[in-house]
Ligand binder design. Sequence first.
Ligand SMILES: NCCC[C@H](NC(=O)CCC(=O)O)C(=O)O
Ligand SMILES: NC(=O)OP(=O)(O)O
Length: 312
Amino acid sequence: MKHYTSINDIDNIDAWIDEAKIIKANPLKHLGLGQNKTLGLLFFNSSLRTRLSTQKAALNLGMNPIVMNVSGDAWGLEFEDGTVMNGNTAEHIKEAAAVVSQYCDIIAVRAFPTLTDKAKDESEQVMRAFMEYASVPIVNMESATGHPLQGLTDALTISEFKTKAKPKVVLSWAPHIKALPHAVANSFTQVMQKMDVEFVIANPEGYDLNPEIIGDTPIYHNQEEAFKDADFIYTKNWSSYEDYGKVINTDPNWMITKAKLGNAKFMHCLPVRRNVVVEDAVLDSNSAIVIEQANNRTYAAQLVLKKLLVNV
Ligand SMILES: NCCC[C@H](NC(=O)CCC(=O)O)C(=O)O
Ligand SMILES: NC(=O)OP(=O)(O)O
């Protein structure tokens, strides 16, 4: 594996989950692997979990992490080819990626979508530019269309908490006041499609995800119907894909409540807005496994870094 930028980079999910569990049982076993290697973490957006767990993963492998908030702290970066750079951008990604590659053995990047320019977001302009102009492996820490470190974490968490061979997993949209990206929902969908689970999606009309990602996965516009006999309810808000980036519905009836949850476990990538996306009674109960889920971010990242370190 040269880069880790998509769930498609996982060649065998079951083998990856097994290896992540082995790493989790003995996280410092490969402390020598990353010795004298540097991981650069570049953030164009806010983060708590990704920023800390990916550094923690690097430290567990003996790597040295260096972190930069690109937006605000670095020079404005230009991604278009042939631009006359007499505006707000001071440095082209061609130079920036080449320079950072000399300081880092692996570069991890977080760059959210515009949610206004669908074509630009779907082209994954930022992630692709790093892959093209950096000379070292690239890790996606949430891009315009995917969050594969989160997806891998979620697969590991479901594997740990399942109580039957083939659990039913529901991805449910929930309301939010802001227009949010599709990345988490996309990567979760893609990774569930690789696993031995019964997977369905619940969202209001107008909120169907990219049909190319949904594939054969059943979509319910009735949340109650989708939740029947669910073992895991994974909740996430996303903005409309059809009416790209728009908030077209904030119906509070889609919020996750204790009554709706039944015997299912509640998952969310976090951060989550209490009593908008999910009520307190869910998050404050034993049915919520969001803290354990967030803990697994370290081991998912450690597995990815371990696989990439073999080639650097
Ligand atoms: N990395 C996990 C989620 C990040 C982002 N959430 C957010 O922007 C929430 C912001 C807020 O609630 O104001 C998203 O949905 O992709
Ligand atoms: N789940 C997740 O990616 O969290 P952060 O946005 O805080 O990194």
